[in-house]
Design a protein around this ligand. Structure first.
Ligand code: NAD
Length: 437
């Protein structure tokens, strides 16, 4: 099938590449010329496991192209995906400028029937607005379909290739059949394609992210309570997770959720509810808890060292909002590093993939280290912000020798408190009492 994907970010690039991998002719379009030039040469602007290899192979086999020419891409395609960003506007609502602009450009480029697929996360009613914009600009027939994306950064290729489910919202049987044909290769393992109305599909994406964010904030609140009553949240997690109604996934307490999706999607649902005269009290609490949780690491640092941090040096392991990505959008590490810098402390950061992003955000206000141990030399303490696998079994003896004080603030519960005490560390984690040697 001939497909174009407009917006070549995390979602568009992965979707376009995976559609090419399954044998389709795909053009990925973006307004960012520098990005398109890089991609044409097989250089990938983001870190996502397995993606570079797929891009190179499909470029070489000429099933995948990168372009800034939306007009040409639309003319050559039967199915046109909109996968541009929908960042939060000032009032928390999703900013739909890019989506509507692309819809208008698609309409003006049309040369026959097209399926216009909205893959960006958008509020209920957006597909109807897209339909109106397109209808006002073209005489050619078309259908608008909602196809929200559920991939996780860090496992995006795997998620796209083997999705738990594919949601397709639409009312045209022809468009739905074409979408089922396109997704056929990805659901051969019996995972379902779920069809529904456009409004339900749009809502499903927000509902999924709202539930996941709620689960994280609930676990973080329970963790904070566990710390005070001397319970171990990791045991509590195991205890509740084995209830099949609850399940083990997404029960890890930490330093708050980040990334490009949960924060903005929670805000967008609160906003949509307000527009409908509803006070979404629960999601407001989810958001407030998350903001507070992002600051708990700094609170623990000041409880230990006192309010005066000027001149102190902190090592930070992990900048990305989660492992296996270089994405730092809304990352808790940003909040924590900002607070440490504002308090006059020096920050020495390491991340396996996100040092470039770190530099873009903090420039020379932070010291960057390619090797995790180098960040520790002479530091008053280590803060762990991301659960990269490479941090799970470090050389503790070497760490103790490098650090000025053997103090670790672990925002991801990577280590066992009892072992850390035996190894000679003062160890703060989440939802467990701190230990000292
Ligand atoms: P992104 O910011 O990484 O990429 C968006 C891309 O669109 C950028 O490359 C930008 O240059 C391009 N763009 C903007 N305006 C354009 C235009 N007029 N024409 C062509 N290209 C244009 O965003 P993303 O993370 O890929 O997210 C895209 C959408 O998918 C969002 O609505 C997001 O909520 C949703 N989503 C994201 C994820 C995720 O994990 N990142 C997961 C599921 C859904």
């Amino acid at each position: 099938m001939k497909v174009c994907v407009i917006g070549t970010g995390y979602v568009g690039l992965v979707a376009g590449t995976c559609f090419a991998e399954s044998g389709n002719d795909v053009v990925c379009v973006d307004i960012d010329e520098a990005k398109i030039v890089m991609l044409r040469e097989g250089q990938v602007p983001i870190y996502e496991p397995g993606l570079e290899e797929l891009i190179k192979r499909n470029l070489a086999e000429k099933r995948l192209r990168f372009s800034t020419d939306l007009n040409d891409a639309v003319k050559q395609s039967l199915i046109c995906f909109i996968a541009v960003g929908t960042p939060p506007g000032e009032d928390g609502s999703a900013d739909l400028h890019a989506v509507m602009r692309v819809a208008a450009e698609i309409a003006e480029a049309m040369n026959g029937y097209k399926v216009i697929v909205n893959k960006s996360t958008v509020p209920v009613g957006t597909a109807d607005r897209v339909r109106q914009v397109v209808a006002s600009r073209t005489q050619h027939p078309f259908d608008v379909v909602s196809n929200p994306e559920f991939l996780k950064e860090g496992a995006a290729v795997e998620d796209f290739m083997k999705p738990d489910r594919v949601v397709i919202g639409g009312s045209s049987e022809k468009a739905i059949e074409l979408m089922k044909e396109l997704y056929g290769p990805f659901v051969r393992n019996e995972h379902p394609i779920i069809t529904m109305s456009v409004a339900s599909a749009e809502m499903t994406k927000y509902a999924a992210n709202a539930m996941l964010a709620a689960r994280i904030s609930l676990m973080n609140e329970l963790a904070n309570l566990c710390e005070r009553v001397d319970a171990d949240v990791m045991d509590v997690r195991r205890g509740v997770g084995s209830d099949r109604r609850i399940g083990h996934h997404f029960l890890f307490p930490g330093v708050g959720y980040g990334g490009s999706c949960f924060p903005k999607d929670v805000k967008a649902v609160i906003r949509t509810a307000a527009e409908q005269g509803l006070d979404f009290a629960m999601l407001k609490a989810v958001e407030a808890v998350n903001e507070r949780q992002k600051r708990t690491m700094v609170d623990k640092v000041t409880q230990h060292f006192g309010e005066y941090l000027r001149g102190m040096r902190f090592a930070v392991w992990g900048l990305a909002f989660k492992p296996r990505t270089d994405d730092m959008r809304e990352a808790p590490a940003v909040t924590v590093i900002d607070a440490l810098l504002r308090a006059g402390a020096e920050v020495h950061a390491h991340d396996p993939e996100a040092l470039g992003e770190g530099r873009r955000i903090f420039a020379d206000r932070v010291h960057y280290h390619r090797v995790n141990y180098d960040a520790l030399a002479g530091a008053d303490a280590l803060l762990i912000m991301t659960e990269w696998n490479e941090f799970r079994r470090p050389d503790f003896e070497r760490m103790r020798q490098l650090l000025k004080h053997p103090v670790i603030f672990d925002g991801r519960n990577l280590y066992e408190p009892v072992e850390m005490r035996q190894l000679g560390f003062t160890y703060y984690s989440v939802g467990r009492r701190p230990v000292t040697p």
